[in-house]
Design a protein. Structure first.
Length: 156
């Protein structure tokens, strides 16, 4: 994906989030736009924090056996604990990894943070090894920030 394609996709997702009627619709649109526009994104989902567990919300891709992930488990749990994006180039070499599909080779998890609190995260798997890098962070971190705004609107 070229830089201008990525910038266009970011602008499209940002408008969809801002124009959605509520946070869950915004999340739904986000996962579909990302999955449909980035060939390397094989599985795209959003987990939301409920108590001490990450609970799977809207996703596109094969059903995951990990619908609920306790904090501290998996790459998802690690990203929530660290409150930072985690990129794993080779999931099979990472002992934290909870497998969703045998084809998955790499993963990125971007926390959705509001005032230092984790509200959830964007989780994306790829069937290609080392599929994620700085470009993906530059696409996904601003999206996570906007989702955080929509999610906190709903809470207030
Ligand atoms: N791989 C994640 C679990 C979620 S599935 O990929 C959808 C993890 O290790 O936390």
């Amino acid at each position: 994906m070229t830089r201008s394609e990525r910038e266009r996709l970011l602008a499209t997702v940002q408008s969809a989030i801002v124009e959605s009627m509520d946070a869950s619709h915004a999340i739904e649109q986000t996962v579909h736009l990302l999955k449909d526009n980035v060939p390397d994104y094989t599985w795209v989902g959003v987990y939301l924090l409920e108590g001490r567990e990450l609970v799977l919300g809207p996703f596109v891709g094969k059903p995951s056996p990990h619908a609920r992930i306790p904090l501290g488990r998996g790459i998802c749990g690690a990203a929530a604990a660290e409150k930072a994006t985690i990129v794993v180039d080779d999931v099979n070499a990472d002992p934290r990894y909870l497998a969703c599909s045998l084809e998955t080779q790499s993963e990125i998890v971007v926390p959705i943070l509001r005032d230092g609190d984790v509200l959830g995260e964007i989780d994306i798997d790829s069937d290609r090894r080392a599929a994620f890098g700085a470009d993906d962070r530059a696409l996904l971190e601003p999206i996570a920030a906007l989702l955080a705004e929509r999610l906190s609107e709903q809470r207030s």
